[in-house]
Every structure is written in structure tokens, then in C-alpha cells.
Ligand binder design. Structure first.
Ligand SMILES: NC(=O)c1ccc[n+]([C@@H]2O[C@H](COP(=O)([O-])OP(=O)(O)OC[C@H]3O[C@@H](n4cnc5c(N)ncnc54)[C@H](O)[C@@H]3O)[C@@H](O)[C@H]2O)c1
Length: 267
């Protein structure tokens, strides 16, 4: 299964120390890549990089700041000499287990412009900037794989009935910002795949479904009932798909959206 091997490859993962990002790093490293673990907090990045089975490094970078992205690129090149894989994973998500707004603030009619802009700034503009700075280096050497992490909520609308408690009281509304940005990630992926197709850089999206993560029992039950496979995902269930997209196993694939959602979007 040599086509899945990432031996000798160098991968950058943004938002690397978050819930799923850690497993992206683990997957790429276990497949043989050297991993640049990047997120906002340098201590967490360093700690995670030291747990990787291949030589890896932690670098702090705010993806909304182009100057920090240039440092990320130059530090990567000084350390490993090149970059082959970019996983655009960093995002702000208003998860039910970590709500960003009060119930009243989360209502569409009240949703603040500041929040809307902030989420677009990280989830869309940050991805654009990271792809511009890091991806241009790949296009220059005519080789690379970019994986943009989207979401089921970039394909279908949030089912707001999930955010009710057992007694029918509403806990929150899923924000209008998050799905808007994830739809944009899928469109941006197609744009860049077409733009860089002849430059040897493949660009694909990976759309995860909801990961079980300290949500209350009722939410997990409702989410599971709504999912054809009857459960939420575990955070390591995107590892196989990620290695597939990063490696030569997907050499004829670009502009696609690999949906790994337990069937959430099929009905
Ligand atoms: N958790 C889920 O159920 C789920 C479902 C579908 C899609 N996703 C997507 O998967 C990806 C990872 O999600 P997660 O659940 O691990 O989220 P998370 O919140 O645990 O991790 C996101 C990471 O992004 C980082 N980040 C935020 N702003 C940043 C910035 N400006 N610069 C650099 N890093 C920044 C955060 O520090 C954090 O570590 C996201 O793109 C998310 O939209 C998650």
C-alpha cells in the first residue's frame, strides 16, 4: 500500500491542537510525514509535536495574519526544506458543548455583525491567506496537496431542533456564520483546484460530521437518531480519509468534497 505512504513528505496542519486537528497530525505522522503543528498557543503546539512518531515541530501562527504565515513558511523551509501537504483545519465553531453566544445572541435576528465578521475572518479569510502563502510555494515547485476542512453544515442547513433540551426548551441556535463559512470552503476548494490544476497542486475538501465531545446525553441521542449510522463520530475517524487525500492514493482527485458523516447528508 505504498500509494498511501507519506514518507519523506512535509505537512502543515493549522488549528492542529484542537479536537480533530490532533488526529490529523497523528494520521500524517503515522503515515510517515514530518508534521508542522501550528495553532495559536506555542506550548500546546510544541507538546503535540513532541508526541509525533516522526520528526515534527510546533510553530505558533494566527492564520488571519499574513506576516505570521510568512514566518510559518520560512520556518518550515528552514527546518524541512519544503512543504508538500497543507491541512487548512483551523476554524471557529459555535459548538453546543462550548457555545459562543447566549441563546438570545444566537438568534438570527439578533446575531452580531462582529461575530459574523470574526468567524468569516478565521474560517474563510484565514483559509484564503494560508493557501495563498503556503500553496503558492507548492505551485512554484509544481507539487502538493491541500486539504480544506469543511463540514456537513457547508452542505445542508443545521437542524435547529437538535438544540432543544429534553423538555423542549431551546439551548441555542446554531449560528448563521458557521454554515456560511463552510459552504464557502467548498466553493473556494473548487476555485483553487481549477486554478492550480495544471500546476500540480491538488485541492480537496474533507467534510466531517459531528464528533462526540462532552455534549449532553440528550444531544448525543438526538444527533445519533438523525444519523444513518446511528451515532456521532469519534475524533480519529477522519484519519483514513485525510491520509487518502494527502497521499498519491488520491492522485487523480481534485476539487472534490470527501464527505465522512455517518450518512448525515444523504437524507
Ligand atoms: N468538531 C466537529 O464536530 C466538527 C464537525 C465538522 C467539521 N469540523 C471542522 O473540523 C475542524 C476542526 O474542528 P475542531 O472540532 O477540532 O475545532 P476546535 O475548536 O477544537 O479546533 C480549532 C482550532 O483552531 C484554532 N484556531 C482558531 N482561530 C485560529 C486562528 N486565527 N489561527 C490559528 N488557529 C486558530 C483554535 O485554537 C483551535 O485549536 C474545523 O474546521 C471545524 O469546522 C468539526
Amino acid at each position: 500500500m505504498e500509494i498511501f505512504s507519506l514518507k519523506g513528505k512535509v505537512a502543515i496542519v493549522t488549528g492542529a491542537t484542537g479536537l480533530i486537528g490532533q488526529y490529523h497530525c497523528k494520521a500524517l505522522s503515522e503515515a510517515g510525514a514530518n508534521v508542522v503543528v501550528t495553532d495559536m498557543d506555542i506550548d500546546k503546539c510544541t507538546a503535540l509535536s513532541e508526541s509525533m512518531p516522526t520528526k515534527s515541530i510546533g510553530i505558533a501562527c494566527d492564520i488571519t495574519k499574513k506576516i505570521e504565515l510568512y514566518s510559518l513558511l520560512s520556518d518550515t523551509i528552514s527546518m524541512f526544506g519544503k512543504v508538500d501537504i497543507l491541512v487548512n483545519n483551523a476554524a471557529i465553531n459555535d459548538m453546543v458543548e462550548i457555545p459562543l453566544n447566549s441563546l438570545d445572541e444566537s438568534k438570527f435576528e439578533n446575531y452580531s455583525l462582529d461575530f459574523f465578521r470574526k468567524i468569516i475572518d478565521v474560517n474563510v479569510t484565514g483559509m484564503f491567506l494560508t493557501s495563498q502563502v503556503i500553496g503558492s510555494e507548492m505551485a512554484e515547485i509544481k507539487s502538493g496537496s491541500i486539504i480544506n476542512i469543511a463540514s456537513t453544515y457547508g452542505i445542508v442547513a443545521p437542524d435547529q431542533s437538535l438544540y432543544l433540551d429534553r423538555d423542549g426548551n431551546r439551548k441555542m441556535y446554531k449560528s448563521p456564520a458557521y454554515p456560511t463559512t463552510k459552504g464557502a470552503v467548498i466553493s473556494f476548494t473548487k476555485y483553487l483546484a481549477a486554478y492550480w490544476g495544471k500546476s500540480g497542486v491538488r485541492v480537496n475538501a474533507l467534510s466531517p460530521g459531528g464528533v462526540e465531545n462532552r455534549q449532553d446525553e440528550f444531544f448525543i441521542q438526538k444527533y445519533s437518531e438523525r444519523t444513518p449510522l446511528g451515532r456521532m463520530a469519534q475524533p480519529d475517524e477522519y484519519m483514513g480519509g485525510l491520509v487518502f487525500l494527502a497521499s498519491d492514493a488520491s492522485s487523480y482527485m481534485t476539487g472534490a468534497n470527501l464527505v465522512i458523516d455517518g450518512g448525515w447528508t444523504i437524507w
